[in-house]
Each structure stands twice: as C-alpha cells, then as structure tokens.
Design a protein around this ligand. Structure first.
Ligand code: CP
Length: 298
C-alpha cells in the first residue's frame, strides 16, 4: 500500500472492517512461511514498532534491518537495497524514506511494498489508524467536521488524512501559521483561525512542528511558548470545543507547543488510542498486501 487516496472507498472500508475485527480479538496466522523486513531510513517509534508487532501477530517472519549497520552506509542505493531484499527471499518490505514517492523506483521488482511514510508525501498506515479511531467514535465520516492544525505544509499525515477524509464525505478545516499553507497545500479545505476552528470541529487533529523539514525561510521566529499561545491547543481553547469533540495527534508530541501538556491525556484525547489502533490497522494492511500476492491466512 502506497497511498490510501488511490484506494476505492470500498477498499478503505474493507481495511477498516478488518482492523476492527483484529481489535476485537480476531486471530489469523500465515498459512506458509512469509518473510518481511522493515526498512526505516527515517526515525520512528510508533510506525516501526507497531508494524513489528502486527507482523508477529500474523505469524510472519520478521527479518531485522538496521540502516545504521547496513551497506546503505557504504553508498548502496535504495533500489539496490530493495532488490537485494528480494534476492534474499524477503516477500514484503515496509519502508520509510525522506524521498517523496520513493516507491516509484521499485516498479521492476516483484516485492510487496508498504509505505511507512514518504517525506512530506503520504503516511497511509497512519491514515487508516486515524480513520479507525474516528469511526470508533462517531460511526461515520460523512458530514463530520475535521480540523487539521499546525505544520500542514510539511505533514504527510495531513496530506493523507485531508484527501481521504474528503473522499469519505467529511469537511476538512485547517489552521496554523499561514506561511505553512502554500498554494496547493489546501485543496478544497477551509482555513480558520484556531479560536474559530476549535468551536467548529468534531475532530481536532493536531500536528507536530516538523523542524527537520523546514527550509530556513520557513522557520517561524516564534518561541515554543509563543507558538502555543498563537496556534496551539491551550487549556482555554479546549474548553471552547464541542462537548463530544475529540483530540487526535499522530505523535510524537511536543508537549506544551501544539498541545498543552495537561491535555495530552485528557478525557477527550484519543492520542494513545490511535497508537493502540495502529497495530490493528497495520495487521489489516499487511494481510491485504500479502493476500494480493497470493499468500493465505487461517
Ligand atoms: N506517527 C508516527 O508516524 O510516529 P513515528 O514517527 O514514531 O513512527
């Protein structure tokens, strides 16, 4: 799976249904030996670990791959690394890489690829777990108002979620520093000030400031405290949210910057629920990708 936006609504719903069944205790194991490897060229805690857990729950053979001790450091290309994995008998790779659409170069290699995040492009497995979390809460997407707030321009999570949520009938709002909203960043979305947005939305999705992706001219001349006051979810703004509205964040979180420290685990926060759902969403994604290659589960 490379981009959820390329999937039909029917296929997205099937993934959500499978993920829901796994979350309720459904057990499935691979019927044959399947070898998988997680190649993370960018740092990760949640995505890499939850894929690892999901793979083991499905009875897959997980082959460790540590970039820092690999021949990538001798200059081996991404293409040659993946081609090597195929030659060694790996059936599926989960890959995170800073290059957008890194997967385009593997078209000639007969190996399943799951996109674990491509630069500022997309983060499909995060998208499925976010959809799962929203569906558990509201049972629908149509008519829901979802606010995506913060560093939208550099966020693959924002890209994936905005596109797919609209496809499923939700209305998407944005907020955050205006210099992070280039032409083209917001397609068919509505920009609101954070004070207006918090009152409007059913789902408030906060984003981490991705300092590591900023060009020097995009850097805000704001301290973390000032960012929090101007654009973050403060304790007062949380009080203005709708009664049933929920807070989401893909994490890692900059506590006290995009969200007040004491709100990270507040009653309406679903941030750790998202992480829990990540394992089940990734089980559904792995199973679907492997079944497409003819592998079976029982
Ligand atoms: N949400 C997310 O992708 O977290 P990690 O970078 O820790 O995988």
């Amino acid at each position: 799976m490379l981009r959820t936006a390329d999937l039909s609504v029917e296929k997205i719903n099937k993934l959500l249904q499978e993920a829901d069944e796994f979350s309720k205790g459904k057990v499935l194991k691979a019927k044959s030996e399947i070898y998988v490897s997680n190649l993370f060229f960018e740092d990760s805690t949640r995505t890499k670990t939850s894929f690892d857990v999901a793979e083991r729950k499905l009875g897959l053979n997980v082959v460790p791959f540590d970039i820092s001790a690999s021949s990538v450091n001798k200059g081996e290309s991404l293409y040659d690394t993946v081609k090597t994995m195929k030659s060694l008998g790996i059936d599926l790779c989960v890959i995170r890489h800073k290059k957008e659409k890194f997967y385009d170069e593997f078209k000639g290699i007969d190996i399943s690829i799951i996109n674990g995040g491509d630069g500022t492009g997309n983060h499909p497995s995060q998208n499925i777990l976010d959809l799962m979390t929203i569906q558990q809460e509201f049972g629908k997407f149509k008519g829901l108002k979802v606010g995506i707030v913060g560093d939208v321009k550099h966020s693959r999570v924002a890209n994936s979620n905005a596109e797919v949520l609209r496809k499923l009938g939700a209305k998407v709002y944005f907020s955050g520093p205006e210099q992070w909203f280039d032409e083209g960043t917001i397609i068919n979305g509505t920009y609101l000030s954070i004070d207006d947005l918090v009152k409007e939305v059913d789902v408030l999705m906060l984003l981490r400031i991705q300092y590591e992706r900023h060009e020097s001219d995009e850097q805000l001349k704001l301290s973390p405290e000032k960012y929090h006051r101007k654009f973050g979810l403060t304790v007062d703004r949380e009080k203005a949210m709708k009664k049933e509205a929920i807070i989401m964040h893909p994490a890692p979180i900059n506590r006290g910057v995009e969200i007040a420290d004491e709100l990270v685990e507040c009653k309406r926060s679903r941030i750790f629920k998202q992480m829990e759902n990540g394992v089940f969403a990734r089980m559904a994604i792995l199973k679907t990708a492997l079944e497409a290659k003819g592998f079976e589960f029982e």
